[in-house]
Ligand binder design. Structure first.
Ligand code: ADP
Ligand code: MG
Length: 320
């Protein structure tokens, strides 16, 4: 590789919104044969929204039969806690809760002792609800399997609601208040307009796309269907630490793996991909992901992944 060709290639890449870490990155890009794609925030936009109709147990009346205060609404309590999280699920819940609070002329309660359980959910105490100033409620919001691990059972009507929501591709999370499951919140995101085409182009370039997510299998299958990723190439309900293992296993089987991600939960997998292949971070993503990656995609768009591969191959042709 001549330095000039690499320089021209890097410059061309930069024009296309592909920022590479160093000169060796272009050469690595052209040898990729597998591309692991994070779902939420990568294949889909990171903007999730609450589907109130598919949710269950929200509204001030439904919570343990009490209608005395809108701030006892599980949506409010969940929103108060999720205000401390950067997760797309959290953003959807907090936005919906704020909207409801505003429409009722109230505000979100405060929270303390917030703990983020990466890839699972959040816990903390929600304080100072309007009807009970000075009171505190232990709140947990997260995936059903994790709520169950905490010894909290899901009543029949909520597990039905969860199943119904997930069967339409939503992400369902459980809200537990003082150790009791009281609501299921369904949130949805949207596949980026360019994702299906970009994934088809990657395949045409000889690169196998794999969908990787911590989300439930039904939501993952729903997105895979929209972008035509083989159901056998979908890995769902994968915890953040296990995302790295998925990349390592593909590498062990001989694949040269690129991984595209945006979240804190993708950082370890991006770094792992970088040991033998490449980590690519969405420019819209978290700093942790960007720092762990070899390539930053300035436009939050999978088109940029295709552009990176094309430029790297064109640069190789110039060198030859
Ligand atoms: P992804 O791989 O789709 O980015 P994560 O690994 O971050 O997903 O999260 C996996 C699952 O854990 C989510 O689909 C959700 O059910 C749950 N979860 C993660 N963070 C939160 C949160 N802040 N609030 C509620 N649920 C969460
Ligand atoms: Mg993500």
């Amino acid at each position: 590789a001549t330095p000039t060709a690499i320089l021209v290639g890097s410059g061309r890449a930069a024009q296309l919104g592909v920022v590479i870490r160093g000169p060796e990155v272009l050469e690595l890009t052209r040898s990729l044969d597998t591309m692991v794609l994070d779902k939420t925030g990568t294949v889909t936009t990171a903007r999730m929204s609450l589907d109130a109709a598919a949710s269950a147990g929200i509204g001030s009346e439904s919570w343990l039969g009490r209608s005395d205060s809108p701030t006892l609404d599980p949506l409010m309590l969940a929103g108060a806690l999720e205000a401390f999280s950067e997760h797309p699920v959290a953003a959807a819940i907090t936005a919906a809760a704020r909207e409801r609070a505003e429409s009722e002329g109230s505000r979100l309660p405060g929270a303390e002792g917030f703990v983020n359980h990466e890839g699972r959910g959040v816990t903390g105490r929600v304080t100072g609800t309007a009807s009970e100033p000075g009171s505190a409620r232990e709140v947990a919001v997260g995936r059903a399997s994790w709520i169950a691990e905490r010894g909290i059972a899901l009543p029949g009507h909520l597990s039905e609601a969860l199943e119904a929501a997930e069967s339409t591709g939503a992400t369902g999370v459980v809200v537990a208040i003082d150790g009791q499951a009281t609501a299921v919140l369904a949130v949805r995101d949207t596949v980026r307009a360019s994702s299906a085409t970009a994934i088809a182009e990657l395949r045409a370039l000889g690169i196998r796309p794999i969908l990787l997510t911590g989300d439930n299998a039904r939501a993952a299958a729903h997105v895979a269907g929209q972008v035509r990723i083989d159901p056998a190439d979908v890995r769902a309900e994968v915890l953040p630490a296990e995302k790295r293992d998925v990349v390592a296993e593909l590498q062990a089987s001989g694949a040269v793996v690129g991984m595209v991600g945006d979240g804190v939960n993708d950082a370890a997998a991006l770094a792992q991909a970088g040991t033998r292949g490449l980590g690519l971070a969405m420019g819209s993503g978290t700093d942790v992901a960007i720092e762990a990656a070899d390539i930053t995609l300035v436009r939050a768009d999978l088109d940029a992944v295709v552009a990176a591969v094309r430029v790297s191959r064109a640069t190789l042709r110039i060198i030859k």
